[in-house]
Design a protein around this ligand. Structure first.
Ligand SMILES: Cc1cc2nc3c(=O)[nH]c(=O)nc-3n(C[C@H](O)[C@H](O)[C@H](O)COP(=O)(O)OP(=O)(O)OC[C@H]3O[C@@H](n4cnc5c(N)ncnc54)[C@H](O)[C@@H]3O)c2cc1C
Length: 853
């Protein structure tokens, strides 16, 4: 009995010591005491074993002993297996800062640190801009006109954007810009996402590019000249990094700038002879100033330094002799301005280098440093905005579209994707806002920028697919009345740019996080590079303590002991506790993968991707809980929080399961599984009752729907383009009155009280009125309501040859179509194709909608 008691006490005691990371001395003392008790109280064998264990712990853990015996051997082995960090990787690793991502990597996240980033909202000026200027700009957009008729924004919108300073949101006021916070920029871009050409056109100059590079690295002269001109749109910028040979592997760019002298107006000027070929450069066709990344060489050592100076960034004016610019690519779905730029042996003075000649060779560092902020804002905001518009439209459509005598929103098959859409929109909205808020607190979130870029654009892809499915043919049919199809087809752009998603998930999230956010790995690698044994010892044994601590924390919390403290309410706290538990498991698995695979882990992308998925889902959920904690919770929102949290935790555990199934060292994988998930999975996909409730909430005029579409363009003012979101909101606001009337009509028809051939709802309304089944008021209401419903469901049709760019190639199939009534779309120059709708009558009436918010 005594040996068993001693062993149990040793296990429990060691778990407590490990959880607290109390150190080797505490563990050794514990074992010594238990060992002595064993020796003195008739359990000699167990006692001696415990004493030997105490000795081993002392040798391994006590600094004075381990530095003599263990540390040198561990250092030698580490030097052999540690991955080599290239200069490019090191630059990326050193960019940005570590905040909540580091907490998750530690395995013991401190929630108070997260809550310390308080949300201080928008300034009055920012709020007013969001409500007025953004609504104005959004109201000038017709997706069809922009995408198919004009292939650009209308000129009056370009002018408005310039006049109101949309292109200078990141430029400080002292240079004439708006100087907006990251939160305000994000909300502006979310609102403008009603049209992706508009979002991209505003987003790009405010993201990584000349404006940001000048602000951070420009000389005072460059700033004074360019920033005011960029802020008011006199200069339109673009930034060219990508070329035919350098896509994801951007540092392999073969574009060159060679230092040389050239005579200009009798003076000898030191400059660069540049040769480059760039493609896919957004805004290039109209850009007046081109940011270029190139490799700089100084073969004649005119600058007195190295020959190969490395990647450098310069600002080249459009009118530089020899530059070829102006042609366009045609991005799928959304024709924002994008095109190639070429130059051969063009000469530019040295002061075109951003930051001047001293910044030669600093280009890559500049780019990755800027990327950490810009990548958190532009595309994730676009994704969140798109998600919320798509949800608003789809909830509205699903309620007013009736099949089998009920709204399709009542069908479980539709409710499942509708609820998923709501959750993805809810998560996106919270994550992008909270991360922007951290940026406003000075964080430069390098790893979260990859998390947001990948996950939010993937959510957008999934959510748009759901939206398309729910809309059926209404969204498949192209034309001015299709408010979602163009955005849907443009979605791959977001997936591909700013780090293509496959690479971002497989290589960047965990690859950067493992070294950047880990409390010890970077220190160990630094010690290796500097051959500093003492620094290695400190980092390595701190790391060991963390590993044991995480193993203990993950296991004890998984079996229900020592759950983490959290500052959240009863709804959110269980999820926060599970983040803490899984964070310990994640940190342990990350260490196990790095230790067992060493430098191979770089190429084991499938494992790296899943480790990244765990980190990402924990990050997304943390942001969601913070938003819940700080936000104005509305009725029914708890259901959406439960769904979203369960969804993210399900995906976290799924990633763990796949890691355990695929880690090559099978024994290690089984041990990790036993520690991290000793009782198996805890989270499964959200239950059906949640999906049903959420689908109801987002397809009715509820506070939850209003919250999800908050700060989108949801009004319909005189002179604005048609706004389907406002029209759906108005219909939903009246729906509770319409629904019982629909039921009354259906019942009357089923009982034979209405003519058997009254098949259209409109006919039933009139017949019911004649028979006094509906009173005058209800009849008038239903006439108007049903007409508006029909108008929203209407799709476009075109003349037979409308879509043929080359009319001479039209195959008329020997039909009797009147060939004189052709419909246009013949080449870019021709006017709008004549478009009809499948209900000409409904299209011609001006919808009477009062937005009841
Ligand atoms: C519409 C549009 C606008 C753009 N705007 C700009 C701009 O303004 N300025 C600019 O400089 N560039 C711009 N780009 C370029 C954009 O950033 C690149 O398309 C992007 O970096 C990916 O390069 P790529 O398309 O050549 O893909 P590739 O590099 O050819 O990659 C092909 C596939 O391989 C995957 N892959 C590559 N490497 C890895 C890896 N190590 N591990 C796993 N998977 C990997 C990628 O994820 C991708 O799925 C734009 C592109 C488009 C399409």
């Amino acid at each position: 009995m005594m040996p068993l008691i001693l062993i149990a006490l040793a296990v429990v005691g060691l778990l407590i010591v490990m959880r607290r990371e109390a150190g080797a001395a505490a563990a050794a003392w514990l074992l010594v005491i238990l060992g002595l008790i064993g020796v003195l109280f008739d359990a000699e064998v167990t006692g001696f074993v415990l004493l030997i264990a105490a000795g081993l712990v002392a040798v391994c853990g006590l600094p004075s002993l381990r530095r003599r015996w263990l540390s040198p051997r561990a250092f030698a082995m580490f030097k052999k297996i540690a991955p080599k960090v290239s200069d490019t990787e090191r630059t990326a690793l050193e960019a940005g800062s570590v905040a909540w991502d580091g907490e998750l990597f530690s395995g013991k996240p401190d929630w108070n640190q997260l809550l310390a980033y308080r949300d201080d909202g928008l300034t009055e000026e920012e709020r007013s801009f969001l409500e007025h200027q953004c609504s104005m700009a959004a109201g000038m957009c017709s997706a069809w006109e922009i995408a198919r008729e004009r292939a650009d924004l209308p000129p009056e919108l370009w002018e408005y954007l310039k006049k109101e300073g949309f292109f200078g949101m990141i430029i400080p006021k002292e240079y004439g810009g708006l100087g907006f916070s990251a939160k305000a920029q994000s909300l502006v871009l979310q609102k403008l996402s009603v049209n992706e050409t508009l979002m991209v056109t505003v987003g790009v100059p405010n993201s990584l590019g000349p404006g940001e590079l000048l602000l951070k690295y420009g000389t005072e002269e460059q700033k004074k000249y360019y920033l005011p001109r960029l802020a008011d749109g006199r200069e339109i910028p673009c930034f060219g990094l990508t070329g035919p040979r350098a896509g994801s592997d951007a540092t392999s760019l073969p574009d060159t700038g060679v230092v040389c002298k050239q005579e200009i107006d009798g003076d000898e000027v030191l400059g660069l002879r540049m040769t480059f070929s760039k493609r896919w450069i957004t805004l290039a066709p109209v850009a007046t100033v081109v940011g270029l990344a190139f490799r700089m060489f100084d073969p004649e050592r005119l600058l007195g330094g190295e020959e190969d100076l490395g990647i450098t960034c310069a600002l080249v004016p459009r009118n530089t002799p020899g530059i070829q610019i102006g042609r366009r690519h045609h991005p799928i779905g959304s024709p924002f301005l994008n095109g190639p730029i070429h130059g051969k042996d063009i000469f530019v003075p040295l002061d075109t280098i951003i930051g001047g000649p001293e910044m030669a060779g600093e280009g890559w560092r500049m780019l990755v440093e800027c990327l950490s902020v810009g990548r958190c804002v532009t595309l994730p905001s676009g994704a969140s905005g798109t998600a919320r518009y798509a949800l608003g439209w789809t909830g509205g459509f699903a309620r007013i579209r009736r099949q089998f005598n009920v709204p399709v929103a009542e069908m479980e098959g539709v409710q499942a994707p509708l609820a998923r859409m709501a959750a993805l929109a809810y998560i996106s909205q919270a994550v992008v806002y909270q991360t922007a808020n951290m940026i406003d607190h000075g964080v430069k979130p390098a790893v979260p920028s990859a998390i947001l870029k990948y996950h939010l654009t993937e959510f957008q892809r999934l959510l748009l697919s759901d939206a398309m499915d729910i809309h059926g043919g209404k969204a498949v049919t192209v034309g001015p009345r299709n408010y979602i199809g163009i955005g849907y087809s443009a979605n791959p752009v977001a997936i591909t740019v700013e780090g293509a998603n496959i690479m971002t998930r497989n290589l960047m999230i965990f690859g950067q996080g493992a070294i950047r956010c880990h409390p010890y790995v970077l220190k160990e690698l630094d010690a290796k590079d500097k051959d500093d044994a003492a620094a290695f010892d400190e980092a390595f044994f701190g790391h060991m303590g963390l590993i044991f601590g995480n193993a203990s924390r993950a296991f004890t919390q998984a079996v229900g002991f020592g759950k983490a403290d959290t500052p959240f309410d009863a709804v959110a706290a269980p999820y926060a506790r599970d983040i803490s538990r899984l964070s310990a498991g994640f940190s342990l698995c990350a260490d196990a993968a790095m230790a067992s695979l060493g430098s191979q882990l770089k190429t084991r992308e499938m494992l790296s991707a899943r480790l990244g998925d765990v980190l990402s889902n924990l990050y997304l959920l943390s942001m969601l809980l913070k938003a819940w904690h700080e936000g104005d919770q509305v009725e029914g929102e708890d259901k959406l929080l439960h769904y979203s949290a369960i969804y993210l935790l399900y995906h976290t555990e799924q990633a763990f399961v796949e890691i355990f199934d695929n880690l090559p060292r099978r024994g290690l994988a089984k041990t990790l599984k036993a520690i991290v998930m000793p009782l198996g999975r805890r989270w499964y996909m959200p239950r059906d009752h949640l999906s049903k409730s959420i689908a109801q909430l987002v397809s009715h005029h509820t506070p939850l729907r209003s919250k999800l579409i908050r700060d989108t363009w949801d009004e319909q003012k005189e002179g604005q383009k048609d706004n389907p979101l406002a029209r759906y909101t108005a219909l939903l606001a009246q729906y509770d009155r319409a629904e019982p009337l629909y039921r009354k009509l259906n019942k009357a028809y089923a009982k034979g009280e209405l003519p058997v051939d009254a098949l259209h709802p409109e006919e039933r309304v009139e017949a019911a009125h004649r028979k006094h089944i509906l009173n005058d008021d209800d009849t008038a209401f239903m006439r108007e309501f049903e007409a508006e419903v029909l108008d929203m469901l209407t799709v476009d049709d075109f003349a037979f040859d409308a879509f043929a760019l080359d009319k001479s190639k039209v195959n008329w199939h020997g039909t009797d179509v009147d060939q004189s009534e052709t419909g246009g779309l013949s080449g870019a120059a021709e006017a709008t194709p004549e478009v009809n709708s499948d209900r000409e009558t409904s299209r011609k009436r001006k919808p009477k909608v009062s937005v009841n918010k």
